[in-house]
Each structure stands twice: as C-alpha cells, then as structure tokens.
Design a protein around this ligand. Structure first.
Ligand SMILES: [Zn+2]
Length: 58
C-alpha cells in the first residue's frame, strides 16, 4: 500500500516518489524527531492539561 509523501521544497503532498512540480524526491511524512513514544505521549498529556486549564478559566 502506498502512502503519502511530502515535498520538502513546496510542502505539497504527493503519492509519487518525487514532487511533480519541483522534481525533487518527496520525503516520508513520518516524524523523524519524535520517535520515542513516551516523549510524545508526555507532550500530548501536557497539551491536554493545558486545554483543561483554559476551560477552567472560562
Ligand atoms: Zn514540490
């Protein structure tokens, strides 16, 4: 199954191996920096906490 790739130059999504506009290789959408799931989970919890505080303030 093919997955969507993204052009690093114009940030357009493409199903092909390269951007049809820029003719540069498209990159995978998988986030390269947030691989540790624990770290990402912590970040998501913080965001949730933050939005809860905002609700309390309203
Ligand atoms: Zn492009």
């Amino acid at each position: 199954m093919k997955h969507i790739l993204k052009c690093p130059k114009c940030s357009k999504y493409t199903m092909g191996n390269e951007c049809t506009v820029c003719k540069v290789p498209a990159i995978d959408l998988k986030p390269p920096k947030y691989s540790p799931e624990d770290k990402y989970g912590k970040y998501r919890r913080e965001v949730k906490e933050e939005s809860r505080k905002e609700k309390d303030l309203i």
